[in-house]
Every structure is written in structure tokens, then in C-alpha cells.
Design a protein around this ligand. Sequence first.
Ligand code: GSY
Length: 190
Amino acid sequence: MPDRSEHPLSSYACSARVYLGLGSNQGDSKMVLQRAVGDLSGLPGSRVVAVSALYLTAPIGGPEQPPFLNMVVALETTMTPLDLLEAVQDIEDAAGRTREVRWGPRTLDVDILWYHGFEATEGPLRVPHPRMEERRFVLEPLAEIAPDLMLPTGRTVREALASVLEQAATRVLGPAVSRDDDAPSDPPQE
Ligand code: GSY
């Protein structure tokens, strides 16, 4: 067997664009999200190429729970979809995430929303994320960094967002704004 380790092709790996949705409603959510962005940028073969603002959003589904901070991150990565899934679960675990209550409060949630050229409707990773087109808390930050991204229903992110504006309004917090200082006491209302 010839040794190919020195051959240029042996180190060539294709980079894929991925969009990830991040959310937190427990602990110091702003710090949790900022740390998660740092962790994503440290993944092997990966580079964070765009980051949305932070959005304060009313919780959708689950028990009564505090408002969330949500954001979307664009990553260029050579990781495979399943390796990336494992890595983001490690990032959630490192943030102290427990999985006790389905749809319940969480320190950190990282969803792989869209992975260039990859579609899966069953198995451990479903992408494009099956509920992303129904969620204002996903579409609004995503529209900030990828308004023309084409979604499975044939609509752009911008068009899909226009159809969910009846959901509770989100409030944009700049990345430098402290949540403790700026979070209203009640979740945002429409
Ligand atoms: O699926 C993500 C967790 N999650 C969220 C969220 O991130 N933001 C809002 N606003 N509501 C949510 N409900 C769930 S579950």
C-alpha cells in the first residue's frame, strides 16, 4: 500500500456551511451563549463566519418557563453532520445541560438547523430542522444573517419569517447588552 500521507489530497477536506440555532433560559444565558460561540469556533476544521444578535423571546411550548435568549450562528466546517451533532451535544453538556423535562427550561440548546447539501428526515439528526420554519425565535435571527437561504418548503428565510409574525414579538438585544440590565420582567407580548 503506497504511503499517501504526504499527498496534498490526503489533507483536503470540503468545508460545508452550517446554521445552528442556540437558546438558553437558565443561568447567565448571555454568558452561556457567548461561551458556546467560542466553543463552536474551536471545533476541529471549523470557523464561525456569522453571528446574529441576541434575541429575547417568549417560550414556545413546554411548561411555564422564563423567556429565552436565542441567536443563530453560521459555521464553516469540515466535520461530518454526525460528528458535528456529537460535538454540539458535548458543548451542551459542558454548559451543564440536563435533559429532564422535554421542552423544559435549559441552560443551553444547540440545534443544527441546516447543513449544506445534507438532508435527513429520520435518525439521530434531522436536517433541515423539522420545526425551524414554524419558529419565529429561529427565523428572526436567521433572517439577519441568511435572509435568502432556501428552506424545504421552497420559501426563503425572509418569506418564512413573514408567515410567523403573529407569534409573540422578539426583542433584539445587542451582543454587548447585559441580560440582567435589559431583560423586561415579563416575556415580550405581541
Ligand atoms: O428548541 C429550542 C428550545 N426552545 C425554545 C427556544 O429556544 N426559544 C423559545 N422562545 N422557545 C423555546 N421552546 C423551546 S423547547
